[in-house]
Design a protein around this ligand. Sequence first.
Ligand code: FNR
Length: 390
Amino acid sequence: NEIYLNGLGDERPGLPTDLTRLEGLAERRLSAGAFGYIAGSAGSEATARANRAAFDRLRIVPRMLRDVAVRDLAVEVLGTPMPAPVLLGPVGVQSIFHPDGEPATARAAAACGLTMVLSTAASYTIEEVAAANVTAGADGGEGGQGARWYQLYWPKDRELAVSFLGRARDAGYTTLVVTLDTVTLAWRPRDLDQAYLPFLRGIGVANYFSDPVFQKAVGGPVTDANRGAALMHWAANFGNPGLTWDDLAFLREHWDGPIALKGIQHPDDARRAVDAGMDGVIVSNHGGRQVDGAIASLDALPGVAEAVGDQATVLFDSGIRTGADVVKALALGAKAVLLGRPYCYGLALGGEAGVRHVLRCIQAELELTLALSGHTRPGDLSPEVLARPQ
Ligand code: FNR
């Protein structure tokens, strides 16, 4: 209604409302390296394509005459109230595609009331992003706080992990997302061909570089003099291939809020997460960026949802591009979804306003699709809403 009645106004930073067009626009705007970093996936990128194909195979079967006049998209996920079942998933080094980086994303998320998940590999610090995660007040000053979660790439150095968790807790991040599928970066041809590390050399990973434990290990604050050493230390610590299910107890000791495991694709792993006392699982294949040939994330969702039942919260990402995609994921058992590339393209193309545009479009399209298919709340959706034509 807003668009039809008021024209496009200032809110739309010249970006299309069909979010699937953003990738093509970003390709024209960004350097090949920056675009490859967002758009690229592992190997032949078969899993990234499979993620989308899985959505295309499923069809919503709309129902009529069910009084959809009043709609309510609100949900509560792991203790966080949300106006819609949509979060901004963790995406590292956002300065690669826009200098305003994660703080711009945090401001846009707060303006829309949606929860941002901050990556360990952020190009701004945990504290800087928290400070930006506020709404503008009526007087132009700061308004309310946004909701924020913290995503952990569990580093080899346990003292560093504990430091990250303490900083995140002190800065008001309420839920911990632990990404399990990236114990090492995958074979990503676009990044390899563009030599991705030079970007980091220019930009850095402030979350690490600002950390007192990290600085102790590299002999003090990171400057031009020890930048090379800092990057080597970062690379050596980033992933932790030795982790096992037994290590989760350590996280519980150091984080007293909810914990969700990201990257779950097998029902048995989902059961193990429940057995380990985790509060949530995020069905995800990292947007196809880790295991080329992996099962499409949407195809993994029903099995995980069934395995978990009501013992933990199931979230979903990888391949969401439209409001209809959100409906499909919710129908298959997700309580909410995380966006990856779509808001990155919004940031790349329009900074904070670009992210806001993406978030507003996806919420509006979700609400319309929900209503037009005969539903008023996310909780109304179930697998029966969908058909899989042969
Ligand atoms: C990611 N993703 C990611 N995940 C994570 O846990 N920590 C991270 O730092 C990053 N970084 C990152 C960078 C970029 C450029 C992309 C595109 C993705 C994965 C992300 O959280 C999410 O799982 C996928 O992006 C979801 O797939 P779609 O929506 O991009 O298809």
